[in-house]
Design a protein around this ligand. Structure first.
Ligand code: DGL
Length: 260
């Protein structure tokens, strides 16, 4: 069996491209429809009700492209809306959550920091992940205000001014593992690493999500054998998204406008 239908992937913005990159590496024959909901960025300041409504509208839009699977390439939307989406839609839906379990396995000191949006940091979803998968560890949750916007703008000057502040907190806490709990952050992983001592491992969920996508496709006999298209949409400025996505993906991306 072979299924050419695309996989739908969305985030509030360009952060979801960090997940798309891993899916493309592992599954080069899959057709993809990516949506950046930049009209609503940042998700990290939205309520559960708002996120359920927004992500439901996005899923309807992507189903209009006959997607066979949905990847919620956003930790915040996963924490607050994944169960609503799974109740509402019947296609397989995969979310992204902070990599707490691998962090607990890797940490020698039992001291872990999770950087995420403010909403993910205070979510009971994250608290439960920590309780279930890192019960013996000390975990510091840092809700970062504005870092995702700086990544959206590729404002490396602002990013360079922001990161040392977090690096100090991480080092003062004495962590040996840092979890990137927002999909925007892997796009600046090198810069984050450069601000930290070599004693801190930096991990994210991108590869694990791609492996999960492959597993579900294989299990449901939904894999594609032929790459035909990749489509990119934004709910905001197509010129701006295309420019930033082209830099991040090192490719010529021409996004279309999505009206939800
Ligand atoms: N990239 C998103 C995440 O993983 C959200 C960023 C935002 O819109 O606040 O949480």
């Amino acid at each position: 069996m072979h299924c050419k239908k695309p996989i739908g992937i969305f985030d509030s913005g360009v952060g979801g491209l960090s997940v798309l990159i891993e899916i493309k590496k592992l599954l080069p024959n899959e057709n993809l429809v990516f949506l950046a909901d930049q009209k609503n960025v940042p998700y990290g300041l939205k309520t559960q009700n708002q996120l359920e409504k927004i992500t439901e509208d996005i899923t309807h839009f992507l189903l209009g492209h006959d997607i066979k699977m949905l990847v919620v390439a956003c930790n915040t939307a996963t924490c607050y809306a994944l169960s609503h989406l799974r109740k509402t839609f019947s296609i397989p839906i995969i979310g992204v959550v902070p990599a707490i379990k691998p962090a607990a396995q890797k940490s020698q000191k039992g001291k872990i920091v999770v950087m995420s949006t403010p909403a993910t940091a205070k979510s009971s979803y994250l608290k439960n992940l920590i309780k279930d998968h890192a019960p013996g560890a000390q975990v510091l949750r840092i809700g970062c205000h504005g870092l995702e916007d700086q990544v959206e703008e590729l404002d490396y000057i602002a990013i360079g001014q922001t990161l040392p502040k977090y690096a100090t907190k991480i080092e003062n806490f004495g962590a040996d593992v840092l979890v990137l709990g927002c999909t925007h952050y892997p796009l600046i992983k090198d810069k984050i690493k450069r601000n930290l001592g070599s004693g801190v491992r930096v991990i994210d969920s991108g590869k694990a999500v791609a492996q999960r996508v492959k597993f579900i496709l294989d299990q449901n006999k939904l894999s594609s054998k032929e790459k035909i298209f990749e489509l990119y949409y934004t709910t905001s400025d197509t010129v701006k998204f295309s420019k930033v996505a082209s830099i991040l993906l090192a490719a010529d991306i021409k996004a279309q406008k999505a009206v939800l």
